[in-house]
Design a protein around this ligand. Structure first.
Ligand code: HGY
Ligand code: MN
Ligand code: MN
Ligand code: MN
Length: 411
């Protein structure tokens, strides 16, 4: 089977093509979950599934599946590949799309080769992996794996006030299959690393053995608007200043902790947001992550204590809303070993690693043995239009996925 390789031109061409869908006049790629731009991306993916001649199914949370059921192959539990095609704001073209299109490429390559796996093979594009418009992130795969009720998820309100279920209906992806309608016997997700490790160490393949814990919260600070010129500093209830103290606290704590803990405040708004008005309200998000669950809980407790201190010091009211909370996940050791074996057969350097980013694989791991394959990100950059991976690495990763699929599905 080792002689088989993916059609690299088709894979790379589709990545570039999908990477242009949702690019605005300003040149920024924005394909938020269930948006008009994402609909066009979904339509293109479905068109490629149909071109490949495989079954297309959409479930109630809008997850799209291409399912290859080769003739004469028992309808056993399928092997599932996939990732997501929704993006962050001003995104690169590889995050998620690479895993979805490589999964489709594996099916097309096997189908064309005449080789027959011993089970069906499915490729999934999960809804709302990024969680930028609707929280939590990895929502479609979380619902699929039974970790969130589908009707609760469909009722989620986005940052723009839209309701997810209405949006999926509006774009025509409110499918009728129940989430979990196919129970995979294994799931493998191919993804760019989105971090600096592989490139820094000059290693071609990451055999991802676990994924760190994630804690998302939205913090609202309520103070008092007042005149920027007449209000003495000591008499202010300045929501903006209180928020700034929290941002500095999070960064200083993560920096001084010499643990892998990371903390990010990615969104911040002030009200009334006027140059000469002391902010009456500040709303910001906190993204905390750590590979160790106990440490992540300590970080959450430290934040909670500091918020109480700031509320007292600055005489402001602070409310916290939980947006997402996922414990660290261990992937399936056997699949990780298959990845390492495939890498050595292909003569690639390979190392085990932890994923810093969240992925659909961490959710599907709740229902089936799952693992991931990483390829290097140039400069470790991602969630940025400069996100890039060498074509040779993209093709190497896809051929690795092909080998692991062939081992698991005995093609
Ligand atoms: O946030 C994450 O790690 C993922 O990109 N959704
Ligand atoms: Mn991703
Ligand atoms: Mn991402
Ligand atoms: Mn992800």
């Amino acid at each position: 089977m080792n002689s088989l390789s993916v059609n690299d031109e088709r894979l790379l061409g589709r990545l570039q093509r999908l990477g242009e869908i949702g690019r605005g006049a300003d040149g920024r790629l924005v394909r938020l979950a269930a948006s008009d731009a994402e609909k066009l991306g979904r339509d293109q993916f479905v068109a490629w599934l149909k071109e490949t001649g495989i079954e297309v199914a959409v479930d109630r949370i809008g997850n799209i599946f291409g399912i290859w059921r080769p003739e004469g192959v028992a309808d056993n539990a399928p092997l599932m590949l996939g990732s997501h095609i929704d993006t962050v704001i001003d995104a690169g073209i590889y995050d998620g799309c690479y895993g979805v299109l490589a999964g489709l490429e594996i099916i097309a390559t096997l189908k064309e080769s005449g080789l027959r796996p011993d089970c069906p093979i499915a490729v999934a594009a999960f809804t709302n992996e990024e969680g930028v418009r609707f929280a939590p992130d990895m929502m479609g795969s979380l619902v699929y794996a039974g970790g969130l009720d589908v009707d609760v998820a469909l009722a989620t309100t986005g940052i723009d006030g839209a309701i997810l279920g209405n949006e999926l209906r509006r774009i025509g992806y409110d499918g009728d299959m129940e989430p979990g309608f196919i129970q995979p016997h294994a799931y493998i997700e191919l993804h760019i690393e989105q971090g600096p490790v592989l490139e820094r160490e000059g290693i071609q393949i990451g055999a991802v053995e676990n994924l760190q814990g994630i804690s998302w919260q939205r913090v609202t600070v309520n103070g008092d608007a007042n005149h920027a010129g007449t209000t003495p500093i000591s008499m202010r209830r300045d929501a903006g200043h209180a928020a700034a103290r929290v941002i500095t606290f999070l960064r200083d704590r993560a920096l001084s902790s010499n643990t892998p803990t990371v903390a990010t405040v990615g969104c911040m708004t002030f009200e009334p947001n006027a140059i000469n008005v002391i902010p009456s309200r500040a709303v910001f998000t906190v993204d905390l992550r750590d590979p160790d669950e106990d440490r992540l809980r300590e970080e959450e407790a430290a934040l909670e204590a500091f918020l109480a201190k700031v509320a007292r010091d600055e005489d402001v009211l602070i409310e916290v809303e939980r947006l997402a909370r996922f414990e660290p996940v261990k992937f399936d050791r056997q699949i990780v070993e298959l990845v390492e074996a495939a890498a050595s057969r292909r003569g690639h350097t390979c190392r085990r690693m932890t994923s810093g980013a969240g992925h659909d694989a961490q959710m599907i791991a709740r229902m089936a043995p799952s693992a991931m394959i990483f390829v290097p990100s140039i400069g470790g950059v991602s969630h940025n239009p400069k996100e890039k991976t060498h074509d040779t690495d993209l093709v190497a990763g896809a051929n690795m996925l092909l080998d692991v699929v062939a081992s698991l599905a005995k093609a």
